[in-house]
Design a protein around this ligand. Structure first.
Ligand code: ATP
Length: 326
């Protein structure tokens, strides 16, 4: 909690961390349309900042989110209404408390999101904001219900219903994700990994990239699913960035490159600038380069973003925390 002055609004702030998939294996589509995944997530220091303000008017009958404001370098394209995942997350906590603990007078709230995570960039920015909003709403409304927590398993379930990446962005660290990526097992790793992230001005829709992969596979133009994470797991335990770099893998990369051939140039530019290895992050179009040091990451981010028009470079370290109220 950041401030509490009598009847004045109380603000709560949380960090919402981006992720990179150091391994992303995509199996065949399931009957529900989702693809079965075997992925290794790493949470990154790069984060959005989500602020929830308790507007203090607990006498209203139907409390709701009163406003949502988005700012920051990646604000473009982020909705400021109830289609924003953070807004939905607050509603879900409210509904859960209402159903399980009964209706009481709780206040309206306002939300602000400072976007530092590229939007529609394959870095789970929206999911991370939702995870942060779940924790913020739990903290804010929990006070009125006299509870500290709704329980981690409830947050996970509410998160998974919002999006496949929400449970990981709640958890953070490094984790093996199966199912839609929402079934998680924390993994042991050593060391800090330095990333140069090159975001593109134009986003890529995640469903379109999965559809493209299915098409490529049907046409025999994409490899079989890479569902074995033994090598990347051992590399992460070794703490050797070079070894991790050698085992970075993304089954979605050929599909992302087919939809956005320009990303090949970005990947080449990162390698030419001295990255240990580079991959498309998740469904892209952000390209993630693993680097030998923080200095290398800064230089590579700067060099590639100057060389490739329509890109922005940023550095991040992993693993980092999950969504956390400050
Ligand atoms: P993932 O890696 O989980 O597939 P992504 O990083 O590619 O996701 P997001 O940045 O999460 O994509 O956003 C995808 C779309 O979701 C956006 O284009 C936007 O319309 C919508 N959206 C809803 N809420 C948010 C939010 N809080 N931040 C960003 N986008 C949001």
């Amino acid at each position: 909690m950041n401030a509490s002055h009598g009847n004045e609004p109380i603000t709560y702030t949380a960090h919402a961390h981006a992720k990179v998939n150091v391994h992303l294996g995509v199996a065949e589509p399931r009957e529900d349309g989702f693809h079965e995944l075997v992925t290794v997530f790493q949470s990154l220091s790069l984060h959005d900042t989500v602020t929830l303000t308790d507007l203090g008017n607990a006498e209203v009958d139907k409390p709701r989110v009163q406003y949502l404001k988005v700012s920051g370098p990646h604000e473009a394209g982020v909705p400021e209404d109830d289609t924003n995942l953070a807004w939905t997350a607050v509603d879900r906590i409210m509904q859960h408390l209402y159903v399980t603990r009964g209706g009481i007078k709780i206040p309206e709230v306002g939300l602000e999101i400072h976007k530092a995570i590229p939007t529609a960039g394959g870095m789970a920015g929206g999911s991370a904001d939702a995870a942060a909003a779940l924790r913020l709403a739990e903290r804010c409304y929990g006070r009125y219900y006299g509870i500290d927590s709704v329980g981690d398993h409830i947050l996970d379930a509410l998160g998974a219903a919002l999006g496949s990446d929400v449970p990981f962005t709640l958890l953070g660290g490094t984790a093996l994700g199966t199912g839609r990526g929402e079934q998680l097992t924390s993994m042991m790793t050593r060391g800090t990994y330095h990333w140069a992230l090159i975001a593109s001005d134009r986003g890529l829709s995640t469903p379109s990239v999965f559809r493209k992969l299915d098409e490529l596979r049907d046409a025999g133009r994409a490899s079989a699913p890479a569902l074995d994470t033994t090598e990347i797991s051992q590399a992460l335990i070794s703490g050797d960035a070079q070894r991790v770099a050698a085992h970075l893998h993304n089954d979605l990369q050929p599909a992302a490159l087919s939809l956005r051939p320009d990303l090949r140039k970005t990947l080449e530019a990162g390698m030419d600038a001295g990255a240990l290895n580079g991959i498309v992050s998740g469904s892209g179009p952000t390209c993630a380069f693993l680097c030998a040091s923080q200095e290398d990451a800064e230089e590579i981010a700067a060099q590639v973003s100057i060389e490739i028009p329509g890109t922005k470079g940023v550095v991040a370290q992993g693993p980092a925390a999950g969504a956390e109220v400050l």
